[in-house]
Design a protein around this ligand. Structure first.
Ligand code: UDP
Ligand code: MG
Length: 136
């Protein structure tokens, strides 16, 4: 029985700026994620505000949207069995200080805001987020 899923991953500005794209992509490939589509873009703040709408009441919302639109990002569709949860596990906790060894955020995250990667948190949100960046 196969349970192939897709999820949206973003390598955030702090990691692109430090040229960590290839290292992070290797971590995905080593865990059997297939990178189905990818594109490097810079988004407008208004687009970041739409993308992170779920957080609009949070105190960190404005800074978060400024940050995500502050430089180039690499947006990817990742595919494997249980992709959504497995990506969340590989990313590690939101705050790199709390992230487990072997996770992307433990290895590369700088702080809770500059935590190097985004990943969808549910199958439903993965579909919405993939459409957000890749629907033509
Ligand atoms: N974030 C922040 N301060 C906080 C909590 C979150 O700057 O106190 C940022 C952080 O970059 C995080 C993003 O907001 O990745 C989205 O928050 P969420 O709780 O969805 O964390 P994630 O799903 O990225 O682990
Ligand atoms: Mg989230």
């Amino acid at each position: 029985m196969s349970n192939i899923e897709q999820t949206l991953s973003i390598i955030k500005p702090d990691a692109v700026e430090r040229n960590l794209e290839n290292e992070i992509k290797e971590m995905f490939k080593n865990k059997n994620f297939k990178i189905v589509k990818e594109k490097k873009i810079q988004i407008e703040k208004s687009e970041a505000e739409n993308f992170y709408k779920v957080h609009e009441t949070k105190p960190f919302y404005n800074d978060l949207c400024s940050y995500l639109s502050s430089g180039p990002i690499l947006v990817m569709i990742l595919e494997k069995e249980n992709a959504v949860l497995d990506n969340r596990e590989l990313m590690g906790a939101t705050n790199p200080k709390d992230a487990n060894d072997g996770t992307i955020r433990k290895k590369y995250g700088i702080s809770i805001d500059k935590n190097s990667v985004h990943g969808s948190d549910s199958i439903e949100n993965a579909k919405i987020e993939i459409d957000f960046f890749f629907k033509d």
